[in-house]
Design a protein around this ligand. Structure first.
Ligand code: FE
Length: 292
């Protein structure tokens, strides 16, 4: 079975690009790439051309997720795999691949209608080292784990598990916890050393996306970023703490579109045998706006 190897990039629609540029560069530390286009701008976290695309758009929500396969052979094999799972897709045109700075791209939707792209061959710019948008102690931890992870909306959880299984991901329930009157059992899917690249099943999510997690390789960057979030008067939505599943030490900030970015350090590699937890190791208290 062919597997996607990482969640590589994300496109988001933003109402207020100027506020977002400040947030991504001056608060978070991403690099605003040169050569801005009229309707979008690109943010870098490493040698790649980009990891995040901001599209000027009223949605203030997720626009697409990009999952990588290793190369052209896997790209063709994935098409057969999707067909046999009766998942509809189309092969993107050359212009669409150029638009994403990749060699080839497939376009499809997951069961909740989240636009998914499967590609191979990202443009990597070794002549242009990453230059953070503000001082950093260390670097963003991408590498084999990709961009990071996200929690997205999936109304039909079993259908979503079948879909992400068809992409070669594996996983299942990792928490059973009380949220209000309900017991919530979120599902976490992985395809590499990260505990999860995509998760869903928290319910009651108004937007397509609840949060994006990005990881750094130095704990001091979590502290520095926390201070900048406070200084820039941005809302802390989940207080600093450590997750039981990925062991990430992190906090969550409300971004200018109202959903969250999680800023983390120190995750353990994905476990390959299932476990579940009823609470986090410590911290991570929900503030208003964490899960509406
Ligand atoms: Fe997370």
């Amino acid at each position: 079975m062919v597997q996607v190897t990482e969640l590589s990039y994300m496109g988001i629609g933003v109402k207020n690009p100027d506020e977002w540029k400040n947030f991504a560069a001056r608060t978070i530390g991403m690099e605003l790439a040169e050569g801005e286009e009229r309707d979008r701008c690109y943010f870098r976290m490493d040698y790649w051309h980009h990891r995040i695309v901001l599209h000027t758009d009223d949605s203030d929500d997720l626009m697409y997720l990009g999952f990588r396969v290793a190369g052209p052979e896997e790209f063709r094999e994935m098409q057969k795999q999707l067909s046999s799972a009766e998942i509809q897709f189309r092969v993107g045109s050359n212009a669409e691949a150029v638009e994403r700075h990749v060699l080839e791209v497939l376009k499809l939707n997951d069961p909740d209608g989240n636009p998914i792209e499967i590609f191979h061959g990202p443009q990597v710019q070794y002549s242009t080292p990453f230059h953070p948008g503000r001082r950093m102690h260390g670097r963003f931890k991408t590498g084999a784990g990709g961009l990071g992870h996200c929690i997205i909306r999936e109304k039909d959880v079993p259908a979503a598990i079948r879909f992400y299984n068809a992409l070669g991901m594996r996983g299942g329930v990792e928490y059973k916890f009380q949220m209000g009157k309900q017991v919530v059992t979120p599902v976490f899917m992985h395809c590499n050393e990260r505990d999860h690249s995509v998760a869903f099943g928290i319910g009651g999510v108004k937007k397509r996306i609840n949060h994006l997690m990005i990881e750094v390789d130095n704990l001091d960057d979590v502290g520095l970023t926390y201070d900048l979030v406070r200084k820039h008067n941005l809302p802390i939505r989940i207080t600093p703490g450590k997750h039981s599943n990925d062991h990430m030490f992190s906090f969550y900030v409300g971004n200018p579109s109202g959903w969250m970015w999680e800023y983390g350090w120190g995750a353990r590699p994905a476990t390959h045998q299932s476990e579940y937890y009823v609470e986090d190791m410590y911290g991570h208290e929900f503030e208003p706006g964490a899960f509406d």
